[in-house]
Design a protein around this ligand. Structure first.
Ligand SMILES: [Zn+2]
Length: 308
């Protein structure tokens, strides 16, 4: 059972993680084991411990990534080293991973870390795959990330929704920050999810939930709000990036923030393209926003991570 009250199929385990690491879904089938998404690099030892414990002496055969943001594939390298498991990634990312192009893979742009990993196969929209002796469909879910996949199991009516749909919203619409289309794709992805018969959603972050129609309604109204004024998406991105940095490092000197913002290509791009304020002003605004939300606190000259 999970805290939704719905029993998961016996071959499935969900590891709900904090926000620095995405959730992980472990499948233990008769002949094969697989993990969907592997968390953030600095949590890799915890990921290994969770997986190892749940496998009860079996090996991990496969990793499957919904998308390649650092909080979803940061444990890949450690898992590969431990188990020699094969790895499947979205097909559109294959060349970038093969060349380990940190620029194209977003790690440099976000200032986030990811240990280099390899892959063996790719997945794309329309593929079907067996996970935990159940048949799943890979569906393209652009918006938050242009190449993200989500996984749907028709027989169990379960959706692994990654960052395309959370209980309250969805992940930052990153393409829009670079002047590319993302709102329209996110809308189409929500419309696609609306066509599926779903009893249980396992999101990339937060607890699994059951009322998919209500979540879709909240996501659509949030998307309308963002799309009506892209500054809102840019402001949200800056807050999310700052919170991620705080989760990763726990604290930093307040007076180092403007320079950190300028050195972070995603934040700097959002600032120049949409936010039209100085790095000092933006840093102060972001700090105030997080403090007001209880997500950070000031102490002396430091900004400290706060529990949400
Ligand atoms: Zn993501």
């Amino acid at each position: 059972m999970n805290d939704t009250g719905l029993a998961l199929p016996a071959s499935m385990r969900v590891f709900e993680r904090g926000w620095l690491s995405s959730n992980n879904v472990l499948f233990i089938g008769r002949d094969d084991t697989a993990l969907v998404d592997s968390g953030y690099l600095t949590h890799a030892p915890q990921t290994l411990a969770l997986v190892d414990h749940a496998l009860g002496g079996r090996t991990l055969d496969r990793i499957i990534n919904t998308h390649l943001h650092s909080d979803h594939c940061g444990g890949n390298a450690a898992l590969q080293a431990r188990y020699g498991c094969s790895t499947a990634i979205p097909a559109a990312e294959a060349a970038k991973v093969a060349a380990w192009d940190e620029e194209a893979l977003s790690y440099r742009a976000t200032g986030q870390q990811c240990a280099r990993f390899g892959f063996n196969t790719t997945l794309q929209h329309g593929d079907s795959l067996m996970l935990g002796d159940l048949e799943w469909q890979a569906l393209g879910a652009p918006g938050h990330d242009p190449h993200s996949l989500i996984f749907y199991c028709p027989s169990e009516r379960i959706l692994i929704s990654a960052d395309a749909l959370w209980r309250n919203g969805f992940g930052v619409i990153f393409p829009e920050l670079e002047g590319e289309s993302g709102f329209a794709e996110a809308r189409a992805t929500l419309a696609l999810i609306d066509t599926l018969d779903v009893d249980l959603v396992i999101p990339g972050h937060g607890a699994p939930f059951t009322d998919v129609k209500a979540a879709l309604g909240r996501a659509l109204s949030r998307l309308d709000y963002m799309a009506a004024d892209p500054v809102r998406n840019a402001e949200n991105a800056v807050k999310v990036m700052l919170k991620f940095l705080l989760l990763e490092r726990q604290q930093f000197a307040l007076d180092s923030l403007p320079a950190m913002f300028e050195a972070n290509p995603v934040i700097e791009g959002a600032r120049r393209r949409f936010l039209k304020r100085s790095a000092d002003e933006l840093a102060e605004w972001a700090v105030q926003s997080l403090v007001r939300a209880g997500a950070a606190r000031r102490e002396g000259g430091l900004l400290l991570n706060g529990e949400l």
